[in-house]
Design a protein around this ligand. Structure first.
Ligand code: FAD
Ligand code: DLZ
Ligand code: SF4
Length: 522
């Protein structure tokens, strides 16, 4: 006979779907869904204001949607005078209120939160069941099985497995659609060609969102970023509208201009869907099927459909498996012994380097920068200037509305900083100003000259690049994807080399370290 006591189902801020393993299949009359706005989560780093407003608004909308559908939802607001401050504290309070016979929760996305949840069976006097997060295509045990016994982990190999597993973009003979697995080569058109990206839909804040915005201004007014441009989807309906607009208007050129950067243009042909996907408002595999359909209907070329699908069932799934395999060490890895403090300009945007200034402006205004800005401008600078991984990790976790540690950390520690010593990527993504000049229109109006190498007004990326290569020669020279660079370096001769190194040092001496208090509360 069913007990009168309910099952308590805590739903975390990035688990906002009725298809969640702990909700689907449960009956409404013996379930209490618990949602918690807590101080620990809002302040463990000083998140961008838009990120907090987005998560709270999406949580409140989801709670209302569940209630409308007949579920019992116990929603704890941040301003509740008895707010316990942490998930564990709030679950303890909810146990007092509801006397549940058991707790069922889907595993957390982040290591820090999962550690806390794993203590619940010892802390609480009721059964605790932790369920697998099956919103991901590849479970953690499947990833570990794949990774075990491999000498090197490479996204490309993993991605092919995911293509085979889903059948997405696979021809009937088991070969990849179009003959190639990866059309990356066709994702690199220069932005100097005609580009006219349509604006993405922005969603006017409703009353719930406005309340969250006011709350954030009041409680987190000293956090980074502006709330002025807030237009993120906060419900599944809005997220679906955003996806519809992407598939109707932007996917066609997504592939071609995936790596392009244009001054003052923040979205280009990107989907801008990461916040909705990470919150649980959109299903990534469904999005991939839509991309495949767009290809089959002749609405998107193969390089667009494949490029988009690769990001989702390739990179996104791969970094998640990688995160759980290498945590907690990944947080403290520093294979290149990078020790320089994060410069203040990462927070203020005040720098004459036009590529960095524009990427940081977008970050501040939108809590977003597109992939190639994160990777080849902000990330590349952090790598070749030798910035401390801890400080760079904090920065990325703070500033993007889509940032959760499981996706941020592998991208930052491993992909951009090579702090893992090459477990994730086959080589560091180091580049000189040439690359940025090729892929953007930033350089033509920059204070620095991209064609100058060692002069006072030379683009800093040029000398920092060679300084980086020179410092890490022992490690990188044997790397087949990099080694031949050193013959160019050697051919320059000592005088030229020294001029590069001097220019790099004199530039680095001008950097002001960031003041305390931007990323974390003291
Ligand atoms: P699109 O360009 O339209 O790509 C489609 C989708 O693919 C994205 O929505 C995202 O879900 C997925 N995707 C693309 N690249 C990656 C990747 N490298 N790793 C995982 N998923 C990917 N993405 C986050 O969601 N959160 C982060 O905190 C985050 N931090 C990053 C830090 C660095 C240093 C770098 C290089 C990348 C980071 N990314 C992160 C990945 C990527 O930059 C963003 O997902 C993307 O810019 C979001 O915009 P979009 O939705 O328009 O993406
Ligand atoms: C990022 C965040 C913030 C700012 N606030 C909350 C919150 O109050 N309640 C909540 O459930 N989740 C929040 N999150 C997301 C969590 O920090 C965390 O990323 C997820 O729970 C995944 O582990
Ligand atoms: Fe950036 Fe150098 Fe180009 Fe200026 S010249 S925009 S610093 S790459």
């Amino acid at each position: 006979m069913a007990s009168d006591k309910p099952i308590l189902v805590p739903v975390l801020g990035d688990q906002l779907t009725r298809d969640l393993a702990s909700i689907r299949g449960r009956t409404k009359d013996d379930t209490v869904i618990l949602m918690m706005e807590v101080w620990d989560e809002a302040t463990y780093v000083k998140h961008h204001k838009q990120k907090i407003a987005l998560i709270f608004s999406a949580m409140r909308h989801f709670a209302a949607e569940l209630e409308d559908a007949g579920w019992t939802v116990d929603y704890v607001k941040l301003t509740d005078p008895d707010n316990a401050g942490s998930f564990t504290g709030e679950v303890a309070r909810a146990i007092e209120r509801h006397q549940p016979r058991a707790i069922q929760i889907v595993e957390a996305g982040e290591w820090r939160v999962q550690q806390a949840i794993e203590e619940w069976p010892d802390k609480f006097d009721c059964e605790v069941e932790i369920l697998t997060d099956d919103r991901f295509l590849c479970s953690l045990s499947e990833f570990n099985d794949w990774a075990e016994n491999r000498k090197t982990l490479r996204m490309e190999h993993f991605y092919r497995e995911m293509r085979r597993k889903t059948g997405i973009l696979m021809a009937d003979d088991g070969k990849p659609e179009g003959g190639e697995w990866n059309y990356d080569e066709d994702n690199r058109a220069s932005p100097k060609e005609d580009m006219d990206p349509p604006a993405r839909p922005l969603f006017e804040p409703d009353e719930i969102t406005r309340e969250c915005i006011d709350l954030v201004e009041e409680k987190f007014g000293d956090h980074f970023g502006s709330l002025e441009n807030f237009g993120w989807p906060v419900t599944r309906d809005e997220a679906e509208k955003a996806a519809d607009a992407f598939f109707a208007e932007r996917i066609e050129k997504f592939g071609k201009f995936q790596d392009a950067m244009v001054y003052g243009q923040d979205d280009l042909y990107h989907s801008m869907l990461s916040t909705s996907i990470n919150l649980g408002l959109l299903d990534p595999v469904e999005l991939c099927r839509r991309a495949e359909q767009a290809y089959q209907d002749g609405k998107a070329p193969i390089n667009s459909a494949e490029g988009f699908i690769r990001q989702l069932i390739g990179w996104r799934e791969y970094v998640r498996g990688f995160y759980w395999r290498f945590m907690p060490d990944l947080e403290s890895n520093n294979a290149l012994n990078a020790q320089r403090a994060l410069p203040e300009f990462y927070w203020t945007g005040e720098t004459d380097m036009r590529c960095l200034a524009d990427s940081i402006r977008s970050t501040k205004e939108n809590a977003h920068a597109h992939h190639i800005q994160r990777l080849m401008v902000l990330g590349n600078f952090a790598l070749i200037a030798g910035l401390s991984p801890r400080e760079v990790q904090d920065w990325y976790l703070v500033v993007y509305a889509d940032a959760y540690q499981w996706v941020e950390l592998p991208n930052v520690a491993a992909m951009i900083l090579y702090a893992d010593g090459g477990k994730l990527a086959s080589k560091p993504y180091a580049a000189s100003g040439n690359y940025i000049n090729k892929m953007s229109n930033y350089c033509s109006d920059c204070t620095y000259s991209v064609s100058k190498k060692t002069e006072e007004n030379a683009c800093p990326f040029n000398s920092l690049y060679w300084r980086f290569m020179d410092r890490h020669r022992d490690r990188l020279e044997s790397n087949p994807r990099i080694g031949r660079i050193y013959s160019n370096w050697d051919r320059m001769g000592e005088e030229k080399q020294q001029a590069y190194l001097d220019r790099a040092e004199s530039f680095l001496d001008t950097l002001e370290p960031a003041q305390d208090g931007w990323a974390r509360n003291d």
